[in-house]
Design a protein around this ligand. Structure first.
Ligand SMILES: Cc1cc2nc3c(=O)[nH]c(=O)nc-3n(C[C@H](O)[C@H](O)[C@H](O)COP(=O)(O)O)c2cc1C
Length: 325
């Protein structure tokens, strides 16, 4: 019989750095943890459950990060996200992750990728509750840590939304993040926070609100308008990785110069950590561009600056442009 891992309760107003594929890898999360410990929790991007066979243990550890895996308190701050479907080898992988004493697993029920959905995974499970229920139960039965789920409000519409919230409560999920869009909406329309409010009314477990939180004022607005327990930020946290720090310090405004200084601090730390890693220059440039994509949106002549950043051809060119700001 599995002994349940007890984690401290999630504080009201907790701030979550969202999972982002291609961005929230170990080096990125280390940078965030070091510079902005005000983020209460951070998520790994998803690890896809294989449709046959098992991953070697070192692959499972690499997903949270070899260094971070060794540090207990960081593990407790980290959501280990998986992406699966009823056709994948879920129980085997969940057991393997469980045997590593990973304290928190998050199930991705929002991924909109056509390939993932064609295989019955990610957001397509939101229109197939008959598959979702036994799948989530099998994960619950084989994982002793905290189990959470991250959902959109539905696949093509939101007709199953309330049933999904109830289903996740019934199978023993301990926290649900609601991104207020359907899969079909992708990012085209604004996130509809009324669904987050609805989830709060139905759910016995804490609801984390997600979608279109772009600044510190939006954090308060999300908490007040929806009654959610905490807030998860994705693109806004790329725009301002320091958002949680500003929020906790009561900073609601900044000048362009202050923003540039924060960008320099962030990239200096990121680069310093990367120097110890064996990463390809091409991959690093791509990732640095993805990280900085939203950072200059709101500054004067931001569009020109954003284009210049995106047009850099080498890593030194990218970093010297940041340094010149
Ligand atoms: C580049 C990128 C990668 C993402 N990867 C993931 C992922 O791996 N897992 C996940 O659950 N959501 C993923 N998302 C969705 C976000 O976590 C979040 O739910 C969505 O962007 C809405 O929040 P926002 O309006 O704060 O950006 C990703 C989003 C972006 C922009």
């Amino acid at each position: 019989m599995n002994m349940k891992i007890e984690l401290p309760p999630i504080p009201y107003g907790a701030l979550f750095f969202a999972p982002m594929e291609g961005i929230t890898d170990e080096t990125f999360r280390k940078t965030i943890l070091k510079l902005y410990p005000e983020w209460d929790y951070l998520a790994c991007d998803f690890l896809r459950v294989p449709s046959a066979g098992r991953y070697p243990v070192k692959h499972l550890v690499r997903h949270i990060g070899r260094d971070l895996y060794e540090i207990g308190w960081v593990k407790e701050k980290t959501l280990y996200q998986i992406l699966t479907s009823h056709r994948a080898f879920t129980v085997e992988m969940v057991k393997d992750v469980d045997s590593l004493d990973i304290p928190w697993m998050d199930v991705n029920l929002g991924c909109p990728s056509p390939t993932v959905c064609k295989n019955g995974g990610g957001s397509s499970l939101l229109r197939d509750l008959e598959s979702l229920a036994p799948l989530m139960k099998s994960i619950r039965d084989n994982f002793k840590g905290r189990l959470s789920a991250k959902i959109r409000i539905g696949y093509s519409d939101s007709v199953f939304f309330e049933d999904t919230i109830r289903l996740l409560n019934d199978v023993g999920v301990e926290l649900i993040t609601v991104h207020g869009r359907t899969r079909e909406q992708m990012y085209k329309e604004p996130a509809d926070w009324s669904f987050i409010k609805k989830a709060v009314q139905i759910s016995k477990v804490p609801i984390i609100g997600n979608g279109d939180v772009w600044n510190t004022e939006d954090i308060d607005r999300m908490l007040n308008e929806t009654g959610c327990h905490g807030v998860m930020v994705a693109r806004g946290a790329l725009k301002s990785p320091w958002m949680a720090q500003d929020y906790r310090r009561g900073i609601f405004k900044e000048t362009d110069q202050e923003r540039f200084q924060k960008m320099k601090n962030f990239f200096n730390e990121y680069r310093a950590l990367l120097e110890n890693e064996n990463v390809s220059m091409r991959g690093l440039l791509k990732q640095s561009k993805a990280i900085s994509k939203y950072m200059v949106n709101t500054v004067e002549n931001g569009e020109t600056l954003r284009r210049r950043l995106m047009l850099t051809q080498t890593v030194p060119e990218f970093f010297s442009l940041i340094e010149s700001l």
